[in-house]
Design a protein. Structure first.
Length: 230
C-alpha cells in the first residue's frame, strides 16, 4: 500500500510539473505579448519606444573655401559630408539649394550668387531627419564691374628727353588692392588704389600697355604711347 501511494504521488507531482510548464509557456508566449499590444493600443502609437537614429550628422566640410570676391554669378562648391545624407545651402539667411551626398561622402553643387555681399553657410540632414550644426560662415562678394584705371605719369603722347629720364616714373590710380600689369610686369596697388613703379624706355616710340585686375577678376586695359629721345 505504501509503495502504491508513493507511486501515485510521483505521478501526480510529474503531472503538476507538466501542467505548470504548459501554463508558463502560454503565459510567456501568448498572454504577455497580447497584454503589451493592448497596453500600447490603449495609450496610442506615440508612446512606443523610439530606438531609431538620433545622432546628428557631421557638419559638411568644403574641400576649398570659396573666394572672397568673384565676377561669376555661379559659385561651384564641393566637399565632404555623411554618406547618403543631404547638404542644405543657406545664402543670405535663405535655404537656397540642397544636394545629395554620395556613398563616398562627397557632394558638389552650383549656387547662384546675388550682386554685392553674400553670406553662405551649410548644414547636413541625415536619413533619420537629424540636423548637423551650421558650418562656419563664408563671405563672398559678387563684383561684375571693371576697375577704374588712370595713368598719371607719364602722360599719353608725351616726349621724354635726356638719358637721366630714360628710367621714367610710373604713377596711377585703380581699384584698391588690384593688380596692375605694365607690359606684363606686375605692380600692386595699395589700399587706396595708388600704384607706382619705374619703366626703362627704348629709344623712340614706346607702347605702354596697362592691365588692372581687381580681386574679383574683372579687368580694365589702357594703352598709351610715349616717345623717348636722348
Amino acid at each position: 500500500m505504501i509503495k502504491k501511494e508513493e507511486k501515485k504521488m510521483r505521478q501526480q507531482t510529474l503531472l503538476y510539473i507538466f501542467f505548470g510548464l504548459v501554463l508558463m509557456a502560454l503565459f510567456i508566449f501568448l498572454i504577455v505579448p497580447n497584454l503589451i499590444r493592448l497596453f500600447f493600443a490603449i495609450l496610442g502609437d506615440d508612446t512606443q519606444l523610439d530606438i531609431g537614429d538620433d545622432v546628428p550628422p557631421q557638419v559638411p566640410i568644403l574641400a576649398t573655401a570659396p573666394p572672397e570676391a568673384t565676377f561669376s554669378a555661379k559659385l561651384n562648391l564641393a566637399g565632404f559630408a555623411e554618406p547618403e545624407s543631404t547638404v542644405i545651402f543657406v545664402l543670405n539667411g535663405v535655404e537656397l539649394n540642397q544636394t545629395e551626398v554620395n556613398e563616398e561622402g562627397e557632394f558638389e553643387e552650383d549656387l547662384a550668387l546675388e550682386s554685392g555681399d553674400n553670406e553662405l553657410t551649410l548644414y547636413g540632414l541625415d536619413q533619420a531627419g537629424n540636423e548637423s550644426l551650421q558650418s562656419k560662415s563664408y563671405q563672398v562678394v559678387l563684383d561684375q564691374e571693371a576697375p577704374g584705371l588712370e595713368v598719371i605719369k607719364p602722360e599719353a603722347d608725351s616726349l621724354i628727353e635726356l638719358k637721366k629720364n630714360r628710367n621714367t616714373a610710373i604713377e596711377g590710380v585703380t581699384e584698391p588692392l588690384a593688380k596692375v600689369y605694365l607690359n606684363e610686369r606686375l605692380i600692386l596697388a595699395d589700399s587706396e588704389g595708388n600704384f607706382s613703379s619705374t619703366y626703362y624706355l627704348d629709344e623712340g616710340d614706346n607702347e605702354l600697355k596697362f592691365v588692372a585686375i581687381d580681386q574679383a577678376g574683372n579687368q580694365t586695359e589702357l594703352e598709351i604711347k610715349v616717345e623717348f629721345r636722348q
